[in-house]
Design a binder for this molecule. Sequence first.
Ligand SMILES: CC(C)(COP(=O)(O)OP(=O)(O)OC[C@H]1O[C@@H](n2cnc3c(N)ncnc32)[C@H](O)[C@@H]1OP(=O)(O)O)[C@@H](O)C(=O)NCCC(=O)NCCS
Length: 152
Amino acid sequence: MRNKIQYCRIDTTWTDQLTSFFERIHTNSQDKYFHPHPFDQKKAQELCCYTGFDLYYVQTIETKICGYGMLRGWDQGYKIPSLGIIIHSDYRGRGLGKKFMKFLHEQAGKKGAKKIRLKVYPENLSAVNLYKKLEYSFLGKEEGQLLAFVEL
Ligand SMILES: CC(C)(COP(=O)(O)OP(=O)(O)OC[C@H]1O[C@@H](n2cnc3c(N)ncnc32)[C@H](O)[C@@H]1OP(=O)(O)O)[C@@H](O)C(=O)NCCC(=O)NCCS
């Protein structure tokens, strides 16, 4: 990938692009395996104005959003944040998911996290493979999803 990849904490400058990104996820039913919150205009606007402890990022190429990722749980008082990530379907299979995960791991470490957790449907093989590659340990199930942790 020769184009410049950047990571930006979501703020109001992203409202329009994030809304389009979310609406596309929803219309293409890509939220089948990833539904941490609704993917609609209301949620995009809310995240763009969000100012708490949790972290919400976009991954961009040439200022276009190619991915969205989150680390949340701090607001609720948890020490181990939950990670969530989605890459735009046009940009998958190019290593962007792996890069974004590594970036999110770094950000969690900077905030003092020692571990990260996530949930993934067992049939979501691309995500399961990605997490295995990043040395996540799968330690049980919650609401039909595998529960995985990685030490930072
Ligand atoms: C899971 C997801 C984030 C992967 O993003 P990506 O940018 O395509 O992943 P990468 O190109 O960085 O691939 C990294 C590794 O993931 C695995 N992987 C990615 N796509 C895969 C596929 N179609 N089939 C099997 N494994 C796959 C591979 O292990 C790959 O490593 P390799 O290229 O060395 O073989 C992306 O498919 C996605 O956004 N899915 C929809 C949302 C989602 O399911 N999020 C996770 C919810 S728990």
